[in-house]
Structure formats: structure tokens, C-alpha cells
Ligand binder design. Sequence first.
Ligand code: FES
Length: 151
Amino acid sequence: MITLNLNVNGKDHRLEIEDHMRLLDVIRGPLGLTGTKEGCGEGECGACTVILDGKAVDSCLVLAAQCEGKKVVTIEGLETENGLDPVQQAFLDNGAVQCGYCIPGMVLSAKALLDKNAAPNDQQIKEAISGNLCRCTGYDKMVKAIKTASE
Ligand code: FES
């Protein structure tokens, strides 16, 4: 067991975890934040995407022990008392959600992009979500939603 200090969605946590746990396991397990999904478990699908110190990462590929003192944002961290994050709202408004399984990761990849680049072009949006697979919608509505959120 190891002790892990982690800031998740603005809140500090001190956790006792198994040293082999992935960041994804800690998020869905001890932290109970099940909005982060596991798809492939090997860095291919992006369903497990979270924002780690400002960067979108596949949490299934990150060893939790490597995250000591870091800041994590999960999908649960985007909604505030003022409502949904503009990216979440834009996904709803543009009909960019079908089954929803990929959406938390997709939204967080978009959020990480918009935090760095407030006015991305279509190519930059496509690159930002290129690691997030969706089997329902095709990607046009998602790109449109992210564009909308940036306006
Ligand atoms: Fe992590 Fe697929 S579950 S990339």
C-alpha cells in the first residue's frame, strides 16, 4: 500500500492505495467517480480520458503512484452551481450524444483543448479528439459542438 495525495475536481484527497493501481482504478474505485469510463484498458479508445495537470490523458495508462500531488479533473468536475460546462451544454444542444459511453472522455479532451486554445479550427478540434473513439455518432456533431462551445 502507498499513500497518494491527489487533488480531484478542486478537492484534496489523501488515499491509501495498492501500488499497482492505475489512475482510472483510483478514480472509479476509492473516489467513486464513475463518470470516467473504461473501454479498452490499453490506451486505444479514450473513454477513460481525464485532465491531469491541464493535459488530457488516458487514465488507464497512468500509474496512480505517478500522480502524487497532481490535479485531476473528471467529468464530474465540470458542472458548477451555474450549470453545465459550455462544452457539455454544446454537446447537448448539437445532438452530439447517443449512447454516451465515450462522451465524458470526449468532453474532457475538448475542454483541455479549449483551455489552451479558445478558438480552435476544425483541424485542431479533430486532432484534439483523435484519441477518443465513438461508435455511434460519427464525429461531425461533436466537432460542431466543440466549435460552438468555443464561440
Ligand atoms: Fe483507457 Fe480505452 S480505457 S484508452
